[in-house]
Ligand binder design. Sequence first.
Ligand code: TTP
Ligand code: MG
Ligand code: MG
Length: 435
Amino acid sequence: MLHLDLDAFFAAVEQRDKPSLRGKPVVVGGVGGRGVVSTASYEARVYGVRSAMSTREARSRCPHAAFLSGRFHAYRETSRQVMGLLRAASPLVEPLSLDEAFVDLAHAGLPDLSVETVTAFAEDLRARVMEATGGLTASVGIGTSKFIAKVASDLRKPDALVVVAPGTERDLLRPMDVRVIPGVGPATAERMRRVGIHTVEQLEAVSEDEMVRLLGNAHGHWLYSLARAEDDRPVVAEREAKSVSVEGTYDTDLTDRKLMESLLTRQANEVAGRLRKGGLSGRTVTIKVRLHDFTTLSRSSTLPSPTDSAATIARLARTLLADLDTTGGVRLLGVGVSGLADWVQEDLFGEAAEEEVEVLPEVEVPHHSRRTWAPGMDVEHAEHGRGWVWGSGRGVVTVRFETASTPPGPVRSFKDDDPDLTPWRPPEPEDEDGT
Ligand code: TTP
Ligand code: MG
Ligand code: MG
């Protein structure tokens, strides 16, 4: 089993695309007053900056870092490149997030699975990741199970490969904190601490009965096995679409609830249209909301029977939105239906099967009506070419003119309504259909 995780992912993409930031502390996340750090470059981690820390705290620990608000399209594109490489190596690839995946090496066509062979394979893979992404480093772990591979990839981050030889797994785990075990979160760890269990070795000494008594049935058996490095979870590659979804990303953070509801309603209509075209219906309606600081929330609601009704999907989507705090602004909204069945259950209430079509008002997403120049965003100037927003305020926006393929570039300031300066975005694949 192989586990790959990119190093300081968002920050590494920023350093790739902004040559003047290479080798420097970079913090990506919400830059506003209540913002939270998504990630920090390893240069910033030296100062104690970490994911999920408040940006305020990060600024006080590392005031000279570049604080950037993030460019999701660039992260997604880079992720796509890496996942593509992995899928070319083995048909069994299970992505866990944008920057992380398991790969089943038993299906990678290797002559054998000796430590030497998998080591050479992984070094080659890391080199290919670096080449394909324009310089990003990945940490890779290899072991006899998902658990061990994941522990290994984290062991010597960044830019490292760790192969755990078969038979050495338990020695590796014993001195580690129990929180290394998937499923041992803060609450479980605290419960263990109270009975004097801090390390995996101490956990190993607990009998299975005792473990079940301490942590409940499912959890107890699971942790008993993992403490012994017993983990036979297979890699589950994504297969055919298990859901139909539509989402949209927006240039300006949306704050208007009415507008958000209208957008969700339109998306629900599109989802319903696609379901019908495929002769499908589903029970679970999910909305996805990405906040200004890249926190991505999803909420779902499950119906007693499958639906393909736009009105039903829209109504549920709006209800789900009502429970979310979106005051800081929203960058992405999406609606999906999952739990698909290829039939629609007879309507229990005997309503006409024909859907009443909801008349939708035209909605217009604000397009830089009041321009926001978020730090880090890509821009283009009619005369000076492409660059990124270094900072803005008091009617002035400062741009550094450089890209991934240029040397560090010069800084220039403009009036923030300069018509020659426009946001730049790469052409986006028009179909963002989730699967
Ligand atoms: P991680 O792989 O957890 O972190 P990382 O790649 O930044 O750093 P490393 O793996 O070297 O320790 O997460 C991948 C990306 O997900 C990260 O770059 C930003 C995003 N992220 C958040 O937005 N918020 C978070 O709390 C975390 C942990 C990650
Ligand atoms: Mg990572
Ligand atoms: Mg990760």
